[in-house]
Design a protein around this ligand. Sequence first.
Ligand SMILES: *Cc1c(COP(=O)(O)O)cnc(C)c1O
Length: 501
Amino acid sequence: MKYCCTRNSSEVVSAPQAIAQGISGDGGLFVPQSLPQYTQSDLAALAHCTYQERAVKILADFLPEFTREELEACAAAAYAPEKFSGGNPAPLSLQQEGELSMYLLELWHGPTCAFKDMALQLLPHLLTRSLQKTGEGKEAVILTATSGDTGKAALEGFRDVPGTKILVFYPEHGVSDMQKCQMAVQEGENVSVCAIEGNFDDAQTGVKQIFTDPAVKARLAERGMMFSSANSINWGRLLPQIVYYFSAYCDLMQTGELEAPGEKINIVVPTGNFGNILAAYYAREMGLPVHRLVCASNANNVLTEFLRTGVYDRNRPFHATISPSMDILVSSNLERLLYHMTGGDSGRVAGWMQQLNRTGRYQVDGAALARIQELFWAGCCGDSETKEAIRTLFQTERYLCDTHTAVAVNVYGQYVKETGDSRTPTVVVSTASPYKFAPSVLEAITGQPASGDEFAQVDELAALTGAPVPEPILRLRDKKVRFTGRCAKDGMAQAVLAMLG
Ligand SMILES: *Cc1c(COP(=O)(O)O)cnc(C)c1O
């Protein structure tokens, strides 16, 4: 199993290289050259396994340089039952809404209460072992720009992992109070957090500049260190996400929810950077019986337009919504889909990416669009529909979902209405705990603007709905604030060097 670059398919690397490097030198992303195939009997065998065992089996197919013992150790560390409330990292919860029945795949029972934990609990183990295998033997410095969820999940995943240091930059006014609190109290000897005076794009641009700054790189090399990335451009973050789609299907088989072996399901994913839904696409290509992949967006609906028309155009206003983790105009992982949809035509992909850089826009050809539309259906909704989805699901089922999941619930309703496909069993991916976005969820339920601080809002929401508050959120209250630092946009390189001492 080798990986090649989406912008130059003759650049071929091993799995440890792809993970250690994160991104190709030309800005392209690494994709698997072929995919393992799972038959119905493979699925039946997987169905009898635990989540960790399912993970080891699937990881092994993609990481031939890792021994079975290594993968077992990685999975045991990442998905230990005590790290996930209830012990199951990815439980399914059946909910009816009117005529519809959907299975909510809850991926937020981990340490930071968002689905990013599913990958970021595992990535540090894959990354440190990859660095050993590629012979770099250097200490990895993980630089991360976050709009909220990735930063905390990366901090929690890398905390006290030997051979790593992690530094997270977040926009001073661009994250929720709860997200800020989660990062400010982060524990661990190798972690650091810094607010920047700017927005998420400034943070992201600053990080990219530091990554490629030869002077900073040289200073790092003198100390036996190198930069690495924990963003979803890294194959090591995408791969763990394939596992939970298989796991969800296996759970449906185990509980007798499927009528016939091989029955197809739909998967609905609230989407931002296109990483999570791309993992579902890979699962489908590996033989998981999937009918449609439904891409749900908020008011930043650049993907809805693309999947419907073949035109990707980021020249549009940026909307700050109540589902902020999906407020993205450039969805990096779409590049990987384009590569596969053109049958691996890296020249064409490179051309589109160049156009995107230069003009903010590109249009794929009819053949590629037709292939995309066979697999994907796309829809979007605004904040008021999002709140309505939260309210309706709570009123009819007493089930409380977060704002991102609510976008997916709304778009699934649109899908059924437009296509008439109400029969296919459907897994809707639930990406965050409602308590991470308590003010918006409260507002959806009560119809009134929320007041009080983030903990008062959590209490009010719990009293009103009876939904259990996740332990990691309860525990935040008593933690000491460790990080209050902030820096200017152009002071980020200094901040990095200061942190490294
Ligand atoms: C990151 C995130 C998303 C978007 O996932 P992508 O893989 O970027 O498409 C959706 N919901 C939540 C809660 C997130 O944190």
